[in-house]
Ligand binder design. Sequence first.
Ligand code: PEP
Ligand code: MN
Length: 443
Amino acid sequence: MSIPDLASLHALGAAQQPTYPDRARLEDAVTTLRTAPPLVFAGECDDLTAKIAAVARGEAFLLQGGDCAETFAGVTAENVRNKLRVLLQMAVVLTYAAKVPVVKIGRLAGQYAKPRSSDLETRDGVTLPAYRGDAVNGYEFTPESRIPNPQRLVDVYNASAATLNLVRAFTTGGYADLRQVSEWNTDFVRSSPVGQRYEALAGEIQSALDFMAAIGADPVEFHKVDFHSSHEALVLEYEHALTRIDSRTELPYNVSGHMVWIGERTRQLDGAHVEYFSHIRNPIGCKLGPSATADDALALAAKLNPSNEPGRLTFITRFGAAKVRDGLPPLVEKVTAEGVQVAWVSDPMHGNTFEASTGYKTRRFDDVLDEIRGFFEVHRALGTVPGGMMVEMTGDDVTEIVGGGEEIDEHGLAHRYESVVDPRLNRVQSLELAFHVAEMLRA
Ligand code: PEP
Ligand code: MN
């Protein structure tokens, strides 16, 4: 099995692609990437497929989280560790409170390219090309910085390699040891009500570990965690150059991340992205928003997973809190009735974005929570599996989403708004969400 060449993918009219002014430099970048070592291995991707199959059967819960858009400046040990720490805390809350295994996936080590609803951005009467993520152009609002620069694709590879190296060290090198469960609860969080709730839970885990140690049980699972990377595979040059034939199986894998997904704006059935994704063997996601019909979902599944392999395809639904209860059931019903194998995951972020009176792009914590609640209600009513959630979050104390226990209001957003694209849950909000979802899982 092989994959179509880049030119034939572009001939399908690929959506959301940068227009590179300098084709020769683009060729150079692609050539460099084609010989770069893989960031992930095919066998690791297959392991994740098996885990997502368990998610689809209701035997595990999928937790996917990270920035809307990673930045090159954000590749620091502190930033990566903070993000990972909150994800691990969320996973512990979900695992301990709901007693289900959690499949942990970061939106990281590759999440650098962004689809935009407009090609242009206007500020104070000046119009420039929109920022499309550090993979494409600069955030700085100047004509030079907004020109797509192909060297950035090589920079994405290097930034992703550095991030993944840190993640692998943190998750296997002792930091993710369950004995650290209380250490993850640092300063600021510890003093918040949700931090105290976490502290109590960490105490229970600690005494369970002490008991296990006393009887001489010390399984390897106590000392390291399985963690996977994911990103939206958007810029074809990058994703295609990092697609390799696995020597073991002779099958093509995208070796730039364990799981890759198709965004809401690039899921056209006859488009380049769906075509590309139909050829790779990674576990893949596909976003489905309010405009998706049940027939769209069926056609996507038929094209993306023709052999109906469990764990291969995840539908990530993002309807918005106001629409999920009416919009989701027809999709789930028909897909289930046709015997189509998918894992259902809720993205409670992208259907709930609005502009605050203060001009910031934001979301309400309560809407995020309500969409997940609606997602659980729909699946429980239909007897299907609410398999997981994908959230935009950070390990820092940013103020980008209104509400939550800290009661951030629209004026408070200005205090520390750092996202270059979409608003993220901060540390406390992420942890709060995990406790709420653990209760939904237990119900
Ligand atoms: C995203 O996940 O950041 C995103 C752009 O989502 P969607 O494609 O669902 O709009
Ligand atoms: Mn986003």
